[in-house]
Design a protein around this ligand. Structure first.
Ligand SMILES: [Zn+2]
Length: 437
C-alpha cells in the first residue's frame, strides 16, 4: 500500500489520508492525476491547484465510490492555492499543526495563533499526540469479526460474541461516533453495568446543564423531594434552555426572600460513584481508542480495570477549568492521548485529557510496563505537572484523589437570589401551587 496525507488550507477539514495499492495501474493513475503524466512518478510535496488538475480528478472515477472523499477534498481547493502531499499516514496532531502552519506561510496567509504553538513545543519534544472527538465517525480495531480479539478479556469468537456496538466512550457522555470494534458483548455489558455507570453518575449534573443527550435523551436528576431537568422548549424563542427545579418542600409564602431562605440549601440527588471506578473508566476509554499494537504494554492496566475494586495508590486526576467561550471543544466529548516517544522514564509513558461536557480531566495511565515510576509520590507528580503548567500557563489545576473505593455522593447546592428591587409580575412570578389530583 502506498499512503499519502494531503494538507489543504481549510477550517473545516484540512487533512485527508489517501491509499493506493502498490500496483502498476494504481501508481500510473496517481502519477497521471497529480503530474498529468503516468511516467512522471515523482510526487512533489508542495503542489499548486490548477484547473487542469481539477479536470483530471475524473480519472479517479475508475476507483469507484471510495474516491468521492478525495475528489471532493481536492475540488474544494481554490485554483492557484498551494497544498501539500506528504508520504505516509500522518496522524500525530502536532505534525498536522506543523504542516498546516507551513502551508499557511507558503500561501502567504497568517496562521491563526493557536494554543498548539505553545503546547506544541513541549509535547513535540516528548510525546505523540492523538485526538479523538466524539462527533467523528471512527471505527477502531479489526473489521472482520472472525479475526477480532477482545481488548479486555483477550477472547475471540466463538468463545465470545461481537454483536453489539461498543462505543469507545459511553454514548451517554455524548460520544456518537467513536466505536471500538474489539470489545466483546460480555465485556461491553460488564463495563456498562459497572465502571461506566459510576462515571455517568458523577458527570450527570454537567451532562444535564450542557444538554448532552444519550440514548434516552437529556438526563433528569432526581433526589428526595428534588427533581432537576432541562427544558429545551425555550431554545427557539430565547436562544437558551431553561433549568427546571421541582422541589417538594416549597415554603407556602408570598415573600420572595422567605421562599429563597427555604429552598437555598444542599440537595442530595440519588447519585453516587466510586472514585477509583472513574479512574478505571477513563483508562478503559483510552485503551479502547488507541491502536491495538499499543496494548501490549498495558496488560497490567487491563488486569486492574477488570479486577474487583481494590485499594491501590494511584496518581491523582487533575481537573481544571477552561474559558470555553468561542473555543472549539465546547461540548464535544473528546479524549487527547499523549504517548511518550523517547525512553526517558522521568515522564509517564502515556497520559491523556478526557473532556466531558466541557470539563477536562488529566490522568496518567497507571500500571504501564514502559514506566519505571508510579507517579504517586509528590516529587514525580510535580515534575510531570510542571511541564504541563509551563505549556498551559495560568490554568489552575486541581488534583483530585480518585483512588477511593467507597461510594461518594453528589451534592447540588441551590443558591438563588432575588434582589430587593425586583418586582413581582415584572421580574419574577409566584404561581399558586397546583392542586394534587
Ligand atoms: Zn471481552
Amino acid at each position: 500500500m502506498i499512503r499519502f496525507t494531503i494538507f489543504r488550507l481549510s477550517n473545516h477539514q484540512p487533512v485527508l489520508h489517501m491509499d493506493f495499492a502498490r500496483r502498476q495501474k494504481e501508481i500510473d493513475l496517481f502519477a497521471s492525476l497529480i503530474n498529468g503524466d503516468a511516467n512522471n512518478r515523482e510526487i512533489k510535496r508542495v503542489q499548486v491547484m490548477t484547473e487542469a488538475l481539477k479536470e483530471r480528478l475524473k480519472l479517479l472515477d475508475v476507483v469507484g465510490d471510495k474516491s468521492y472523499r478525495a475528489k471532493h477534498f481536492l475540488e474544494e481547493i481554490p485554483n492557484g492555492q498551494m497544498f501539500l502531499i506528504v508520504a505516509g499516514h500522518i496522524e500525530d496532531e502536532l505534525e498536522y499543526h506543523i504542516y498546516l502552519t507551513q502551508l499557511a506561510k507558503i500561501n502567504g496567509v497568517t496562521p491563526e495563533p493557536s494554543t498548539m504553538d505553545r503546547i506544541g513545543s513541549y509535547l513535540w519534544e516528548h510525546y505523540e499526540v492523538r485526538i479523538y472527538k466524539g462527533d467523528d465517525r471512527r471505527r477502531i480495531g479489526v473489521d472482520d469479526k472472525s479475526l477480532r480479539v477482545c481488548r479486555f478479556c483477550g477472547k475471540k469468537m466463538p468463545e465470545v460474541s461481537f454483536k453489539h456496538k461498543a462505543h469507545a466512550i459511553s454514548e451517554a457522555l455524548g460520544n456518537k461516533g467513536l466505536v471500538c470494534l474489539e470489545e466483546c458483548d460480555e465485556c461491553n455489558k460488564r463495563f456498562n453495568e459497572s465502571i461506566e455507570q459510576d462515571l455517568v453518575q458523577m458527570m450527570l449534573p454537567h451532562l444535564l446543564l450542557h444538554g448532552i443527550s444519550g440514548k434516552n435523551g437529556i438526563p433528569v436528576i432526581k433526589g428526595d423531594g428534588f427533581t432537576m431537568k432541562l427544558d429545551t422548549s425555550t431554545r427557539a424563542t430565547l436562544g437558551l434552555d431553561t433549568i427546571k427545579y421541582i422541589l417538594r418542600d416549597m415554603p407556602n409564602n408570598k415573600d420572595p426572600q422567605n421562599i429563597l431562605a427555604g429552598i437555598n440549601k444542599d440537595y442530595e440527588p440519588f447519585l453516587q460513584y466510586k472514585p477509583q471506578n472513574i479512574y478505571k473508566c477513563f483508562c478503559k476509554y483510552a485503551l479502547s481508542l488507541m491502536d491495538s499494537s499499543e496494548l501490549k504494554c498495558f496488560q497490567d492496566t487491563i488486569a486492574w480495570i477488570n479486577e474487583p475494586i481494590t485499594k491501590h495508590r494511584l496518581p491523582p486526576i487533575w481537573h481544571y477549568s477552561v474559558n470555553t467561550e468561542g473555543k472549539t471543544w465546547k461540548q464535544t466529548t473528546s479524549m487527547i492521548i499523549m504517548r511518550r516517544k523517547h525512553v526517558g522514564k522521568d515522564l509517564p509513558y502515556c497520559w491523556a485529557i478526557m473532556i466531558i461536557a466541557g470539563e477536562p480531566y488529566i490522568f496518567i495511565i497507571p500500571f504501564c510496563s514502559q514506566d519505571k515510576y508510579k507517579f504517586v509520590g509528590k516529587m514525580r507528580q510535580d515534575f510531570f505537572m510542571n511541564g504541563i503548567k509551563n505549556m498551559m500557563q495560568n490554568v489552575p489545576f486541581q488534583p483530585r484523589d480518585m483512588s477511593g473505593i467507597t461510594p461518594v455522593k453528589t451534592r447540588i447546592r441551590l443558591s438563588f437570589e432575588i434582589s430587593p428591587d425586583c418586582e413581582e409580575g415584572r421580574d419574577y412570578y409566584i404561581l399558586e401551587p397546583e392542586m394534587q389530583k
